[in-house]
Write a protein that binds this ligand. Sequence first.
Ligand code: NAP
Length: 524
Amino acid sequence: MSNAPQALESYLSGAWRRGDGTETELVDPVLGNVLATASARGLDLKAALDYARKAGGPALRALSFVERAKLIGAVADVLVANRAKYEAMAIANSGNTKIDAAIDIDGGIGTLKYYARLGGSLGGATFLLDEKPVRLAKAENFQAIHLLAPRHGVAVHINAFNFPSWGLWEKAAVSLLAGVPVFAKPASSTALLTHEMVRDVIAAKVLPDGALNLLCGSAGDLLDQVTGDDVIAFTGSSETAGRILKHPNVLARGVHVNIEADSVNAALLGPDASQAAFDAFIKEVSREMTVKAGQKCTAIRRVFAPAAQADAVAEALLVRLKKTTLGDPRNESTRMGPVVTRAQQAAAFDGIGKIAREAQVLTGGATAPAIDGIDPAKSAFVAPTLMRLADGNSANAVHDTEVFGPAATIIPYKNETEAFALVARGGGSLVASVYGDDRAFFARAVAELGPSHGRLLMVEPSIADAHTGHGIVMPQCHHGGPGRAGNGEELGGLHGLRLYHQRLAVQGSTDLLTDLQAKAFALH
Ligand code: NAP
């Protein structure tokens, strides 16, 4: 990679275009140097959305699911062929270690491959059939079916900074399979990797014109240009989500919006857990705190332990966290890199400060750690920070504050009822994991925690080494949480396709409906 800052371009209306000036500098969070710049100033987003609707939409909808699945597989092949250079970009722009980069890059490629395989099993269909036909009148010849028809607009994908690859492809895979063109807007601060991947896919000419579009830079008037045919799939902070939901044009046109926002995810050690369950809990909490320097929307923020075991949990976590070597991820010995920008570092320190007013800081804290050879005035490091509450009931900040960095808080609980009530104070989260050995306890946890979560990971010792992880989003499984997490629904196999389809009842003669069903893949 050259040292000169590269001006990222956007791929709009079938050509690479550069915005005026610089809106955002993309900075190496270890060294502090500018890697690239982004700007969307002056770009014609109305024309770009029209182009995607008119060129990309019809071209994708003319294809069957199997044919679209082949395109998705071809995108994955392009990315696999170019993978080596992506890792260096993730390290430089996001401060990723190689493991962090693999979660993002291979997570994106893996999701594309999953949807290519899934789409390959849907045959020559172009619609989805949602339910079995129902008779509506005395006459047997008059019935209704429920179809899912691909929307005629654009899938506007507004993504967060923490997954420039996975965030792009987990959304794109699903909308391409649904037959809806992608208009991707990565977070500006880490757009380098997204830009390079899209450049490679466009250069390989594996997708129809207008099927994949990219906006590098700020959103500008994007939300003024969307119509009721489009879908917005947003991932990011609750604050920005609120702005999108209240946008006058989005409201006036009834634009469908899916929100994947922040959450204060929990890990819960059950009462009377065995040593094996305890060990699995400690391993997962420490891994979740440090992978990607805690910058995963799914990362564990609240660590619930029976009061009698809170000391043991703190000791065991401290032992593991002390082994987490901070530093430049280009060094082999580094286990955790910085957060992505100095603004994110400041936000993490602010959150730690809020929680620490009600908690004891056991390690780390709200100041830049001293690291050999690293300039604290230029870098964006946050030390792994473990805090502990004396009583979860009397504290508030821990249940409301998402520290988007390597920080978590131990919350002791007196009994199961209190534990479930405290977890629910998160106000809706993406995921909780529960550790123990007692099946009856797990069943009660599903009933009590289920309604405030999008996913539950239940860890018995038998799956301690087999499970995919608290924070890893699997394309087979539902992703999205209620309440403050945004009420979003992504992935979950075929379920994810619903976002990009209109569900409709078609009423008519049995013969006509039989013909239509032949063009549809039955979901049930
Ligand atoms: P953010 O500041 O809300 O930004 C997210 C995206 O929204 C960026 O692309 C940003 O563009 C764009 N944006 C900002 N203002 C906008 C506006 N007025 N109209 C349209 N788009 C706008 O979030 P972030 O700091 O990148 O991401 C961190 C947050 O994302 C955390 O809270 C985390 O929990 C959440 N997250 C959630 C999930 C999930 O799946 N639930 C996954 C990952 C992250 P610019 O960068 O150009 O400003």
